[in-house]
Design a protein around this ligand. Sequence first.
Ligand code: 26Q
Length: 810
Amino acid sequence: MAEYTKAQLTELIIGKLNRNFGRTVDDATPTHMFKACALVLRDIMSRHQMETGNQVWEGQQRQVHYLSLEFLMGRSLEKNAYNLGLLDTLAEALEGLGFSAADLFEAEPDAGLGNGGLGRLAACYLDSMTTLEIPATGYSICYELGIFKQKIINGKQEELADNWLGLGDAWLIPKMDEAEEVRFGGKIVHSWVNGQNKTEHVGYTAVLAIPRDMEISGYQTKHTNTLRLWDAKSPLPVDMSLYSRGEYLKAVEQQAMAEVIAKVLYPDDNHYEGKSLRLKQQYFFVSATVQSIVRKHRAQYGTLRNFPRKHVIQINDTHPTLVIPELMRIFLDDEGYSWDEAWHIVTDTVCYTNHTVLAEALERWPQDLIESLLPRIWEILKEIASRYQHQLEGYFGGDMNRVARMAIIWGGEVRMANLCVCACQAVNGVSALHSDILKRDVFQDAYQREPDKFKNVTNGIDHRRWLSQVNPKLDALVRECTGSDDYLLHPDAIRDLERFKDDKSVLDRLQAIKQENKRAFAGYVARESGIILNTDAVFDVQVKRLHEYKRQLLNVLHIVALYQQLHDNPNADFTPQTFLFGAKAAPGYHVAKQIIQLINSLAAQVNADPICKDRLQVVFLENYRVSLAEKLMPASELSEQISTAGKEASGTGNMKFMMNGALTIGTLDGANVEMHQQLGDENIFLFGLTADQVADLRRQGYRSMDYYHRNQVLHRVIDQISAGFGDGVAYSDLTNRLLYSAGGGIADEYLLLADFDSYCQAHRRSLEAYADPDRWNRMSLINIARSGIFAADRSIRDYARDIWHVPTRR
Ligand code: 26Q
């Protein structure tokens, strides 16, 4: 793969500096240098793309189209250099030019086109699909502003705009000639022309969708895929002075609509809000994508009859669901196919992945909104819904409750998940437990009718990025112990590491690597924030979006208990612990923001208390994001995965920690269940109610107040939080939610109090293990050795075999 020498790369970089920026090496800034390197790698990938694209075309292979409103790509320069086998050569070339590769990598802004797990999963899957040589394209929106930057000011979250283009667009190639037009509003006119039904859309507002393509490299392959990001532009020129009255208003409308559509990523994670702009974003990207796929297909095959054999469309949660009626629209209105012909093609093509069972995250769009914004789509939706309704009535007979539960349009709303379940070839959950819950609970009626439609594909992560790239010392140890770098393309091979579980020298090296990574991370934190982390303490880490179901507040309860214990017994033995948090809250999620403030109040209290010195430390890491996770994972020792059982669909952070040798304290939720299956009771710190026990307890009537009264420690912790700490901010709003029901909700909806005692015990078990370094290091090694099945390559092979029916490399 290393087809370039240092001299060649140097020449290419200088060429870019000269031609694109009018600079010599001497007057180039790091920004120029970063861009020049990005353009050089981009050219290499474009060449690969042309070569492999031709093979795909000639082989007429089935292609995967991965539709997602989010791709949380992070940084690309180091990734692409790694995949192309140019990491060392590039570093040498840069050094020769007086620049450090590490500094340039660090200068790249994260492409933050996603919120959290769902978006990062899509990014990991692009890497694996490309590495496994699957012809695949990702589609999303080229948001001008990605996920906001988080500042903590006076302990509170403030949001800043994330203007990532400018540097980040070095990777993007605009393709004006592949623009598509997307139509909103207006009216539908049906007429008969020569005995044929003709459908016409009049009075609409048009928006131009322009692709800004990002080339995606794979590891040790020339196969190259594309992430197509749609930018929105008005179809009219900016100067509107010449327009007559009617055109003028239309023109202003079109400009306004175009400017706003690709402006900003919605920062809600696991929460649905029926905002019309969000619906416009969804249709904009879906319509442009479908037109683009169909246009290329027609150009290659001249017919759409073979469409399902050549394409599979994977929809990442319900956000791109409108792809279903949009495909119908094109087959019916543009191709003139009958309803049944069109329906067969569509339903043979589309597959759906569910990522959540939280009721507040299920998309249900008001029908009036859809009708006025997307009149033709609305007609098609009504037809799909009414035909489905008939089938259901036939199948379930008089059981109108079930028919109502499964309805696509109900009570003035369009239910996207039900539409997906109706129309898709396959429906999958993202962990074994989650997929079971979908079958037994959320989609139980559909499951009874069509059991074979329901599948599981447990999530995975890009292990080349999340182990080999971010933790080079561990990567070196793995290679040495397993005797090769086979694990990079065959993640199962990492299992070989287990042969060294009783090898004292390997265990010691593992510990030394962790210690060095902790120091490196502490250095970074000191430079960025001035905070000095205690690297002799256990690094206990909870990083993920802030959500009540993820229970950051349970973590806080435990820390407050430790704090009180220290005050009660200042001279007792105490294992030093540093608790690290990182989390963004959705800007409108008030409770989540209060929890962030609480963590910061607690941190201020604990870190300033002399009793806690060198023993207890609490740090809130500002602006948690992909590039911060990359520094943190290698330094982590204890991974907090403590969601209420049944609520976290999978989790993927849990896998990143495991691969980097952190041990997990967690509930039997999401993919933790499968981690436990791999590890056994002895290599993970499990606690808390199971999903079934949670359901039982809720049925019996959960009373959090009983736990408050029965557990003295818990009682005191809650009283302290309610009163607040030294900064004078009281948190009784938060503690009241744990103790009292309000507004129809139940007290302590996520059962923190029910799990508190068990959680504290699990922490004590973890400290016992930590006190015995050999035992801890052995557990850590076993975690790494058994993490192979959580590689995204495994997930993508599952999708390829069970859902997409496409071949993979080797
Ligand atoms: C929907 C409508 C309107 C506005 C926003 C949204 C929206 C946006 C993002 C709804 C949900 C999301 C994100 C969900 C998400 O990240 N889910 C996570 O997916 C991961 C990958 O499968 C799982 O590992 C996590 O368990 C799951 O929480």
